[in-house]
Design a protein around this ligand. Structure first.
Ligand SMILES: *Cc1c(COP(=O)(O)O)cnc(C)c1O
Length: 415
């Protein structure tokens, strides 16, 4: 039998993206038992790293083992008791997912919707909060299905005014777009590694404010078999065992109460993702994503392609490119993959067949990845019979990089 031997690919879709080689190395390091002092120290260190990634002092900052969806589900099933009202403003596929998960948790789900390609104003969200009076506002920050980045900075004050817990899914935005958990008054945030953090999917960093922890502690329950005298037993426990954040906090906390077996390799990966980001600096990483995103946007526009949605609210790390009428979207994507080894994304729901989604994130938010993708796209379009300007996309992207380049020798020295 042959070993697993994946093909060489440049992953330029909306995620997953090519993992940073440092993260792949971390994944292949030896396993250590979960109560080994080295491991518990590394878990504590990982919590501190993610406090910095999220911009929070929240003690309750942990990893949920599972993909980003596990983090979303952990937050919603733990914060919402059956019958609780939740408001979900939906501006894309992942908003529908929050509503679906909250509904399965037994919550009374209220949604407001806006057209795909748009975001909500704070006033629209405030009006819905005053009408619904939810316990939780659950909203996606960046919805990769539409590429829109919902402004969150004014929502914390609104939530505080009405006593609403504020949860956001920042899977696709953290690292590539500004996110300030404490400064923006966000009570619960979940994420994943496979977008701007440059890792594989399979670990969901999550943070909770003291206010959020107080809510889920009311349903805290210690399992029979590890329970000690005086431990909580709830008659209305959180409706998931694996994703019970009160239990997960007890496991990550000083008592280290047994829950699941830590997914050690994913912990190493998550730890390395955070280190890579913090070594470069949070602001520098966001700036790198902004630049790569602007170069890709400029490149596809210079190829004469339209861009979907309100570009002023576009996430830095993904662009939705309108598929020209004279080509079949999946054929062009196929030739990008087969002839160039580059993956770009298809789309969901109302955008299926209408746009490709091209990501510039994490390890791939790089000039060479941007221009290679644009060169291949130009070629694939021409081969499919669509006329495109020669070299236009690459030139436009390089122009963006050239204008933004900081000269290594200050201009006054050169003059
Ligand atoms: C990509 C993405 C996810 C991914 O969830 P997984 O469980 O890791 O597949 C979740 N939320 C948003 C907003 C995303 O863009």
């Amino acid at each position: 039998m042959l070993p697993v031997n994946p093909p060489a690919r440049l992953l330029m879709g909306p995620g997953p993206i090519t993992a940073d080689p440092r993260v792949l190395r971390a994944l292949s390091t030896p396993l250590v038992g979960q109560y080994d002092p080295w491991m518990t120290t590394t878990m504590n260190e990982t919590q501190e790293l993610y406090r910095r990634v999220f911009g929070t002092a929240n003690d309750a900052t942990v990893l949920v083992d599972g993909t980003s969806r596990a983090g979303i589900e952990a937050a919603l099933v733990s914060l919402l008791a059956p019958g609780d009202r939740v408001l979900v403003p939906v501006f894309g596929r992942f908003g529908h997912l929050l509503a679906e998960i909250a509904g399965r948790a037994g919550a009374e789900v209220h949604t407001i919707e806006t057209d795909w390609g748009q975001v909500f104003t704070p006033a629209a969200i405030e009006a819905a909060i005053t009408r619904v009076r939810p316990r939780v506002l659950a909203i996606v920050q960046g919805d990769t299905s539409t590429t829109m980045n919902q402004p969150l900075d004014e929502l914390g004050v609104i939530c505080e005014r009405y006593g609403v817990l504020f949860y956001t899914d920042a899977t696709a935005t953290v690292g590539g777009n500004p996110l300030e958990v404490d400064a923006w008054g966000i009570d619960a945030v979940s994420a994943g590694l496979q977008k701007c953090l440059g890792g594989p999917s399979g670990s969901a960093p999550l943070t909770l404010s003291a206010r959020a922890v107080a809510v889920l502690e009311r349903r805290r329950s210690v399992e029979a078999g590890i329970r000690e005298p005086g431990d909580d037993v709830s008659d209305d426990p959180i409706r998931s065992n694996y994703l019970d954040l009160a239990m997960i906090l007890d496991y990550w906390g000083p008592r280290r109460l047994n829950h699941h077996t830590e997914a050690a390799s994913m912990l190493y990966a998550a730890n390395e993702c955070a280190r890579i980001l913090l070594e470069e600096g949070r602001d520098a990483v966001v700036a790198r994503h902004e630049l790569a995103g602007r170069a890709m946007l400029s490149g596809v526009q210079a190829l004469g392609l339209g861009v979907f949605g309100d570009v002023a609210h576009k996430m830095h790390n993904v662009v939705a490119v309108e598929i020209p009428d004279d080509v079949v979207g999946d054929e062009v994507r196929g030739s990008m993959l087969d002839d160039h080894g580059i993956e770009i994304g298809t789309s969901f729901g109302p955008l299926h067949g209408r746009v490709w989604r091209i990501g510039t994130m994490g390890y791939n938010a790089r000039k060479d990845a941007v221009v290679t993708t644009l060169a291949a796209l130009e070629h694939a379009l021409r081969r499919a019979g669509h006329a495109v300007p020669h070299g236009g996309g690459v030139d436009a992207a390089l122009d963006v990089y050239r204008v933004s380049a900081t000269p290594r020798i200050p201009a006054e020295v050169l003059a």
